[in-house]
Design a protein. Structure first.
Length: 483
């Protein structure tokens, strides 16, 4: 194993390790809070948090990705990045305070005033800390992330148990941001200075990314506000929980890989053939992880929701059955963004995001207004199919990876996932007890997980053997186990 591959494997190990611990804390928090707080509480905070995200998205300047791609040690570059971030953070906070003054709902206004601290704390973080991510040293990132998450977890749960108020969510967010900023300096000491000497270099890479972020924010982050406006705060809470739970099975498998792919792809940016080969294989890896997780979760949603969250959230079960399989399919091409960024073709990303926004936002508003929460979810799926086509177009345009090659990479995991679903549904008709009851049960949950997992792995391995051991995740796992 060469040096780059070894660093990738070590970084991936740290990344997956701390992300799973982080998500375990999130999962426990969701389960406890779902039983303490009402959908209205989640809806209020979701709407306010969406306003925060929109404001930050409209002023986006992704300095970290610029620093990773630059691979430059010049102090002026890092000071300029910190200065730009600080200006953006304080400007975002002032805009949030100004908006809060005009919000008619006093509860949402109060949350906005408090969350105005969030962009400031994030902006003042140590710019040098990104060097760990650039060099695939994820042990320090693990310490920072888990430290901040533990504090946020503790603050949120203590306040929720004592006061049963939505302020638990707000103060937990702020506590995590504060600790994250402090740890960024404790783990990598650095004293930034206020200057803009290398600002033009940062804008040169981040300019189109910033425009992309603005378009994406307007398209994707206004959803909770739209649902709250059209359907009410309670439905906004149900929609928030559908999304929060819906991303659990795929995000924790795919997000760590996405994060590590950008610095890894950046190292290969000058070797187009090798980059193409690695990017193509990453589609297979992502599909082999996301597809069974997504389709499997859709099968157990009727058990998971009442058992973990409580009966007050049963309305999201059919929504999850629609959303989660789509998210699994979409995740197979989630390597497109880091791949295109690594090549510096950020202008293409902007235009793809812009075209997608023209389709997604009107479809979401129409679907929500006409058909309620189900219409909102179906509109996401319909627009998402178009987004997957755009990602495929990007891969063809930048690396020459065509649709046939993409389908070839996901053929085995997709077929294995289909076999898994078929066997579980067949078991539901053959067994003498109900596997898909509305109330759910621990027994049906355990049976579906065990049967689904064994069937998927067996089907995937069998197809790989029948195809003559082609390159893919099966080969990688066997090599890893042999070492």
């Amino acid at each position: 194993m060469n040096g780059t591959a070894r660093r990738f494997a070590t970084g991936a190990g740290w990344l997956y390790g701390y992300r799973w611990l982080e998500r375990l804390l999130d999962f426990v928090a969701i389960v406890v809070l779902a039983r303490i707080l009402a959908p209205d509480d989640f809806g209020l905070v979701a709407i306010a948090a969406s306003v925060v995200t929109i404001i930050e998205g409209l002023s986006a300047l992704d300095v970290n990705k610029a620093l990773i791609r630059a691979r430059d040690e010049d102090r002026a570059l890092y000071d300029s990045a910190w200065t730009l971030s600080a200006i953006r953070g304080f400007a975002s906070a002032l805009i949030m305070i100004a908006i809060a003054a005009f919000v008619s709902d006093a509860r949402i206004a109060g949350v906005l005033y408090a969350l105005a601290l969030s962009p400031i704390l994030t902006a003042l973080s140590n710019p040098r800390f990104v060097m760990f991510e650039r060099d695939l040293v994820y042990s320090r990132l693990a310490l920072l992330t888990l430290g901040a998450r533990l504090v946020a977890f503790a603050v949120t749960l203590v306040i929720a148990v004592l006061y049963r108020s939505y302020w638990a969510l707000v103060l937990g967010m702020l506590a995590g941001s504060l600790v994250g900023m402090i740890l960024s300096y404790a783990l990598r000491p650095y004293l930034p200075r206020f200057r803009l000497a290398r600002a033009s270099d940062i804008f040169g890479f981040s300019g189109w990314l910033s425009l992309t972020s603005i378009v994406t924010t307007l398209s994707m982050e206004t959803d909770k506000i739209i649902v709250g406006r059209l359907l009410g705060v309670a439905d906004a809470g149900l929609y928030f929980m559908t999304q929060r739970v819906g991303v659990l099975p795929t995000r924790e498998l795919v997000s760590p890989l996405q994060r590590i792919l950008f610095p890894s792809f950046s190292e290969l940016a000058d070797d187009s053939e090798r980059l193409r080969r690695v990017a193509s294989e990453s589609i297979n890896v992502l599909g082999s992880l996301s597809l069974p997780a997504a389709f499997g979760f859709a099968l157990v949603a009727n058990d998971f929701v009442p058992l973990a969250l409580g009966d007050q959230w049963l309305a999201i079960v059919p929504l999850l059955a629609i959303l989660v399989p789509y998210l699994g399919l979409r995740a197979t091409l989630s390597m497109t963004l880091p791949c295109v960024m690594a090549q510096g073709k950020t202008k293409l990303l902007f235009w793809v995001s812009f075209v997608y926004a023209l389709v997604h936002l009107p479809a979401f508003i129409a679907g929500t207004a006409l058909f309620g929460l189900a219409g909102a979810i179906w509109s996401i799926v319909a627009a998402g199919v178009f987004y997957s086509y755009l990602n495929a177009w990007l891969l063809k345009r930048t690396l020459g990876i065509g649709l046939g090659e993409i389908l070839a990479q996901i053929r085995r995991p997709l077929a294995a996932a289909a076999v898994m679903v078929g066997v579980v549904l067949a078991a539901a008709t053959a067994l003498p007890f109900e596997l898909f009851s509305a109330s759910g049960s621990w027994l049906s949950l355990a049976i579906k997980i065990a049967v689904g997992g064994l069937v998927f792995c067996g089907a995937l391995y069998s197809m790989w053997r029948l195809e003559g051991h082609p390159p893919g995740i099966e080969q990688r796992l066997l090599q890893l186990l042999s070492r």
